[in-house]
Design a protein around this ligand. Structure first.
Ligand code: COA
Length: 364
């Protein structure tokens, strides 16, 4: 009964799938998509081609442009809107079940959904801004890239610095192996559900602060540290209270998170107003975390400098998880397709540790 004996809380280190898409190089601090270092992609290809690389293993293949569709009832809470509307699109578009459609059809469904999901987030952000009108499709179509179209759909205008910030962020966070949301998407796909259900369940898993939500906490944290003026004391106090410093630590990387390196460089290039305090806090936090956890490398993760890059594009912190979801549609789509081609229904075991058999009369 090795399945029960080998219990690993959080499944850490358990190999649940084989993948050809990407896997972080744990010790080397490198992230490659289909074998290509992301350092080589940023600034050379826009996000939509990286989507094609991940999903089709082809950099000349691109995520399709969004087709005309107006989501009926957005609340302005982008992760909730995205999860609900993505599931709803499966009904609206009559998407077939993954175990009943061809791989080619699944690829088409995933492309349609991916580009529409970006539009849903942009529209939801517009609602959160208090706007009740919709930007005309002709305006959005003028955008050259997915990032530019996203900003046009949201604000009706696209500042080039904001476009670069979003494109870089999306490329850096497009895929990262079998994290919680990708695993969730694959589990749903393994049941033969449609692509809308698989993507929408992944969005739900991403919305928690331990996965996709950390940048939302980083900006206020940096403001707090700057206002206090004593990063050393702030770090000590925070850790003494048993709290975590957002943007540090990673389940996989034992070396520097390569995405953090690229995003830090980008934050500097784009003149992020918080770069100085962020670098100061990073230095102090790394030293203190190493002192307290010499056994466990706790380095800066992707979320820390993501917060600065997203701030350059004036992305409000609560929108961070949905921005992450926009980028991750590439990785999720690639994994859902891979799951369809090679996968098997997920059905892990649980070790029962509850009460011994007892009679109903003993508890009533
Ligand atoms: N700040 C302070 N302490 C941290 C920490 C952080 N950011 N991350 C981990 N630790 C500590 C834990 O308190 C724990 O200490 P203990 O053994 O004394 O209880 C130890 O390191 C191991 O923590 P654990 O939760 O087992 O590590 P993990 O590898 O499962 O966690 C994260 C990975 C990302 C969930 C975790 O590092 C974290 O919560 N980071 C902050 C949130 C964040 O940045 N999320 C974005 C991830 S990309």
């Amino acid at each position: 009964m090795s399945d029960v004996a080998d219990f690993k809380p959080g499944l850490e280190g358990v190999v649940a799938v084989e993948t050809e898409i990407a896997e972080p190089d744990r010790e080397g601090g490198v992230l490659r998509y289909r074998g290509i270092d992301i350092e080589e992609l940023v600034g050379h290809y826009p996000y939509e081609n990286v989507w094609g690389l991940l999903v089709d293993n082809d950099l000349s293949s691109v995520m399709p442009a969004p087709e005309p569709y107006v989501p009926p009832d957005l609340t302005g809470n982008a992760p909730a809107d995205l999860q609900a509307e993505t599931a709803r699109l499966a009904g609206e578009w009559k998407l077939g079940k993954l175990n009943e459609i061809s791989d080619q059809q699944a690829r088409i469904d995933l492309g349609r959904l991916s580009s529409q999901m970006m539009g849903i987030v942009a529209r939801s952000a517009r609602v959160a801004d208090g706007k009740t009108d919709d930007v005309a499709d002709e305006v959005v179509e003028q955008g050259q890239t997915a990032a530019e179209k996203f900003l046009l759909r949201w604000r009706g205008e696209a500042d080039p610095k904001a476009v670069k910030a979003i494109d870089t962020y999306w490329i850096c966070t497009a895929e990262h192996g079998l994290n919680a949301s990708t695993f969730t998407g694959r589990v749903t796909a393994s049941t033969g559900a449609d692509c809308g259900a698989a993507l929408s369940s992944a969005v739900g898993a991403l919305s928690g602060p331990l996965h996709g939500g950390a940048p939302a906490y980083v900006k206020p944290m940096l403001e707090e540290v700057a206002a206090m003026g004593d990063p050393e004391k702030w770090v000590r106090d925070t850790l003494d209270q048993g709290k975590r410093i957002m943007g540090f630590g990673h389940r996989v990387y034992r070396a520097e998170d390569p995405r953090s390196r690229i995003l830090k460089r980008t934050a500097r290039e784009l003149d992020s107003p918080q770069i100085e305090i962020a670098e100061r806090l990073e230095e102090v936090a790394l030293a203190e975390l190493e002192r307290r956890h010499p056994e466990r490398p706790l380095k800066t993760n992707v979320e820390y400098y993501s917060a600065l890059v997203l701030d350059v594009a004036d992305i409000p912190p609560p929108l961070a998880p949905a921005m992450f979801a926009c980028s991750r549609v590439a990785g999720w789509s690639a994994h859902i397709l891979e799951q369809k081609r090679t996968g098997r229904l997920f059905r892990p075991s649980a070790r029962y540790v509850g009460p011994e058999p007892r009679s109903l009369s003993s508890v009533s």
